[in-house]
Design a protein around this ligand. Structure first.
Ligand SMILES: Nc1ncnc2c1ncn2[C@@H]1O[C@H](COP(=O)(O)OP(=O)(O)OP(=O)(O)O)[C@@H](O)[C@H]1O
Ligand SMILES: [Mg+2]
Length: 237
């Protein structure tokens, strides 16, 4: 089954100052179940907007979009069907974690809201999955390193055992050595939990290292599809 299928997907933003601007222009994207698909392209080309549409966070769009066969509608995201299926990890873990919530609280909340049995056990498992000790539960975002914070954000995304992970520059705020650790961790978790990943990165090396295929976006449209062999050349590996 196709994990993501977008046809003629268009989106725009309106601002008082410049009126309506097209941000996605008839985008076509097909991601197979189980693959890691990369999105690369210059700042402002629409990568985050595309991910936000897939996560139900941006609702002004037209076209045909489905995730694992579930049809999305701009004003009606199939939350019940997709809430635990699709999870997103953002570039800046500091911004995506509540500053006054401890790690334990941040991770228990989605488990409780979704009535997941044995939440304490699932919490420990999630921390273990991302290589964090149980003691990190007591910490607050400002008491952790950038890499630890991003591990917490990944642990939170994994709590509900998603089938599709949307990763928006998950390592670009991190030190190079920590970047490699997080990327390897994502690869391990992908294999362990049979996930499909859509990965946005500015870094051709990261895309080449992680992805089976990738698309180059330019000015709101898909400019080029890169297959495995082309990715190696693209990433200079
Ligand atoms: N809330 C908003 N209101 C108005 N315009 C927006 C809004 N969010 C994004 N845009 C515009 O939409 C376009 C695409 O933005 P988007 O964040 O999707 O780009 P991106 O490819 O993720 O860029 P980057 O690599 O810098 O993260 C940009 O021109 C941006 O200015
Ligand atoms: Mg972005």
């Amino acid at each position: 089954m196709m994990a993501i299928d977008c046809k003629a997907l268009s989106a725009d933003f309106s601002t008082r100052r410049s009126g309506t601007t097209a941000v996605l222009k008839s985008v076509q994207l097909r991601v197979m179940t189980g693959e890691t698909f990369g999105l690369i392209g210059p700042s402002g080309c629409g990568k985050s907007t595309l991910l936000r549409i897939l996560a139900g966070l941006h609702t002004r769009w037209r076209g045909e979009v489905s995730i694992f066969g579930q049809t999305l509608q701009p004003d009606n995201y199939p939350r019940n069907a997709l809430l635990s299926t699709v999870q997103m990890v953002f570039q800046d873990p500091y911004a995506s974690l509540h500053p006054r919530h401890s790690v334990g609280r941040a991770l228990l909340e989605p488990l409780k809201v979704n009535n997941i049995p044995e939440p304490a056990r699932r919490l420990r498992q999630a921390l273990d999955d991302v290589g964090l000790p149980p003691s990190i539960e007591q910490r607050y975002p400002h008491q952790m390193s950038g890499g630890q914070r991003q591990r917490v954000a990944i642990a939170r995304a994994l709590l509900l055992r998603p089938s599709l992970l949307l990763l928006d520059e998950p390592t670009s705020a991190l030190d190079v050595s920590v970047q490699a650790e997080i990327l390897n961790l994502l690869n391990q978790l992908k294999a362990r939990y049979n996930m499909t990943m859509l990965l946005v990165s500015h870094d051709a090396g990261v895309i080449a290292h992680m992805c089976d295929r990738a698309a180059v976006m330019q000015d709101g449209a898909m400019a080029q599809l890169l297959l495995r062999e082309q990715l190696a050349i693209y990433g200079g590996t």
